[in-house]
Ligand binder design. Structure first.
Ligand code: PAF
Length: 331
């Protein structure tokens, strides 16, 4: 009788546990909310998928990613703040607002700093880039890797751009990025800093004439539907960053930290491959979609660089001439 009662008690416990979804032996899953500004088919989506695959398989699905693409968790600044307070676990962001968290990160936003993608990748993966990545911890953010978007180009509905005078008074949306704002003010444009979720609406309503972003963004956000002119200006490299929240990071074992880092590194490889492809095919695609495209020649780019000399004086004061020259000269 005693055994019967004991067995009955056990059975009841098992049934209750199963009803609650806590079957014995099952591992608890932790959801990783990952927010990013663009579609799942963009370079961010591709990177987030790669990150997810490595983490989920490397932890036997103890961590499961849930995507919030297309600014589903708000603008990039809001998502970074979410990471700081622990309401979001992971993100991939542009350098738009990063220098507001770690001022040193802004050095990579200086126009005409990098010759090409290989130059930028070398510096970001090298000691200067890695040192800046490490500074995010003191801003209550864990930066795991530099990603990228490509070189930024100008799109607008007012006129084709061939020389600095062509941007005079142009109402150009910029990221909330002081380095970019200084550059476009120096060129005589009317920079309008704005969070990304507002940009398409503002272009449709005509409250701004244009914006600037890499081909990866111009194609994936379908900007050809709201913009006439594309100027392949390549005026500035656009880094991205993969970050996690300190709450998540501090809860991980050393082994799991390595899995998250490995996933971020593989995500960067996928993101860079995506950017390589779109840098080759993006202009043709945008022409087919009806945009008028002009590419700045080396001489025309030199005119813009000359016009930016006063901005460079500001950048030297902020970051030091030695650092800037060192980055420019890096092989
Ligand atoms: O222009 C921006 O704000 C960024 O490049 C974007 C489109 C949000 C991607 O990070």
């Amino acid at each position: 009788m005693r055994n019967f009662a004991k067995n009955l008690g056990r059975t009841a416990l098992v049934v209750t546990a199963m009803t609650l979804g806590l079957s014995f032996g099952a591992k608890a899953e932790q959801e990783i909310k990952i927010g990013y500004a663009l579609a799942t088919t963009s370079h961010y989506g591709v990177a987030a998928n790669n990150w997810q695959e490595v983490v989920e398989s490397g932890t036997d699905k103890r961590f499961v990613f849930r995507h919030f693409p297309s600014s589903g968790l708000g603008g990039e600044r809001e998502v970074l703040e979410g990471l700081q307070i622990g309401t979001v676990e992971a993100t991939i962001v542009s350098s738009g607002t990063l220098s507001n968290f770690v001022p040193e990160a802004g050095v990579f936003d200086i126009p005409f700093l990098f010759r090409d993608l290989a130059h930028a990748r070398g510096v970001l993966d090298g000691p200067i880039g890695q040192e800046i990545l490490g500074k995010f911890e003191s801003a209550n953010l864990i930066a795991l890797a530099w990603g990228e978007q490509g070189f930024r180009h100008i799109t607008n509905n007012r006129n084709a751009i061939e020389k600095p005078d062509d941007v005079a008074g142009l109402k150009l949306r910029t990221m909330e990025n002081p380095i970019h704002i200084t550059a476009f003010n120096t060129l005589g444009a009317a920079p309008t800093p704005m969070a990304w979720p507002e940009v398409i609406g503002a272009l449709q309503q005509g409250t701004i004439d244009g914006q600037e972003n890499p081909l990866s963004v111009i194609t994936s956000a379908k900007l050809s539907e709201v913009q006439k002119h594309l100027t392949v200006s390549g005026h500035v490299y656009s880094p991205a960053m993969l970050l996690v929240s300190p709450d998540l990071w501090n809860s991980l074992s050393d082994e799991d930290k390595e899995v998250f880092k490995k996933g971020a590194a593989e995500a960067v490889v996928a993101m860079r491959a995506f950017v390589d492809d779109v840098e080759k095919s993006g202009v043709e695609q945008l022409k087919k979609e009806g945009m008028t495209v002009g590419e700045l020649t080396a001489e025309q780019k030199a005119e813009f660089q000359k016009a930016l000399a006063p901005a460079y004086e500001e950048y030297y004061k902020t970051y030091g001439k030695e650092l800037i020259d060192g980055i420019i000269a890096a092989k």
